[in-house]
Design a protein. Structure first.
Length: 352
């Protein structure tokens, strides 16, 4: 049985020191069970940077509180090798929170390697918008074994603390990626959180999309408007948390799932490694036609996957639990024939 390090009874400002001491005392190959009442991903990446030693970690159940994770201590990092964080088991909101904190702490010429289950390019635009042209982004691999990206800070950041959760300068994002990137991130911000957008003028087509998707559950406030630059702050209202927030309120179970989708297959991923599971599930979902679905069989609650779909898929996405037993969870995942919006496929092309 691995030795345990319990941080829940300690003040937050002691987390890093206690964790660093425990990791430094461990031998390569040692495992340490860590229990904490908040995420420690930033500390584990910082340890690799400061101490030049590799560590890997995996959460027992990614959304449970307190957090329980198994940390494996490695040997010294090779010359030029960067520390790594694998976020594939984290729900999207926690991924962005951790990665933004990690980048914010970097000094010039420091960096890390990100491992994800899909292209994390929206994170690149987010960091660039919040910190300026101080990010070096290099893909090391793309595909079935995960996307690996080397991320380095090239100079001191111009980031300033304010009341916004995230910021996107849409002028720096390719036209075809702008709206999907914004909706992807908006789905993750907590109720009451604010996203700031910087555009050459007010992005009215985007505002119309927000009205269609989110109704009256957000406020749209223009805080700066001058030639070539319009700054808009979009705040997610508390009422939005039942439908669009990724706070852990639980997936929305549709009582009409059976009517909305025809089950085409059963996909049992219990014998597959985590990275392959996600890739296969995304492939199956992408191949569905409207009105079709499949039953996912997993050995634990796939709620992080739900949050990923909820943030990125369209309004036709359907999810319904059918079984919740230890070692066997069954979930219907599908695309409804009707998405509740007659104009969802008629969104205008972004002019900004």
């Amino acid at each position: 049985m691995s030795p345990s390090l319990t941080l829940t009874s300690r003040p937050e400002d002691e987390y890093r020191q206690v964790l660093f001491e425990a990791l430094t005392d461990a031998e390569p190959g040692d495992e340490l069970e860590v229990v904490a009442d908040r995420d420690v991903d930033t500390h584990l990446v910082r340890y690799q940077i400061d101490r030049g030693r590799a560590v890997k970690w995996e959460y027992e159940h990614p959304n449970e509180e307190p957090r329980k994770l198994q940390v494996t201590v490695g040997g010294p990092l090779a010359d030029g090798e960067l520390g790594t964080i694998d976020v594939r088991d984290l729900k999207p909101q926690r991924r962005h929170e951790a990665l933004l904190d990690i980048f914010d702490e970097l000094a010039p010429d420091e960096g890390f390697v990100l491992v994800n289950d899909h292209d994390p390019k929206p994170l690149y635009y987010e960091i660039q918008s919040m910190h300026g042209e101080v990010i070096d982004w290099e893909y090391e691999s793309r595909g079935a074994d995960g996307w690996r990206v080397k991320i380095e800070k090239t100079a001191q950041s111009k980031h300033t603390d304010d009341d916004v959760v995230t910021r996107y300068d849409v002028r720096e994002i390719p036209k075809q990626e702008r709206h999907p990137t914004i909706h992807h991130r908006y789905g993750m911000i907590p109720a009451g959180g604010t996203m700031e957008l910087i555009a050459p003028h007010e992005p009215r087509p985007l505002k119309q999309e927000f009205r269609r998707r989110y109704g009256d559950s957000f406020t749209w406030n223009i805080v700066e408007d001058e030639p070539g630059r319009c700054r808009v702050q979009v705040t997610k209202e508390e009422a939005d948390k039942d439908t669009n927030s990724t706070e852990d309120t639980g997936p929305r179970a549709s009582s009409s799932t059976d009517e909305a989708v025809d089950i085409t297959e059963e996909l049992d991923v219990r014998d597959l490694p985590p990275a392959r599971r996600h890739e296969l599930i995304y492939e199956r979902y992408a191949g569905l036609d409207r009105g079709e679905g499949f039953i996912l069989v997993n050995d634990h609650d796939p709620k992080p996957l739900y949050h990923q779909f909820d943030a990125e898929a369209g309004p036709e996405f359907r999810w319904e639990y059918r079984q919740k037993d230890r070692g066997e969870f069954r979930v219907i995942i599908g695309k409804a024939d009707r998405d509740g919006s007659d104009v969802a496929s008629e969104e205008p092309e972004a002019p900004f």
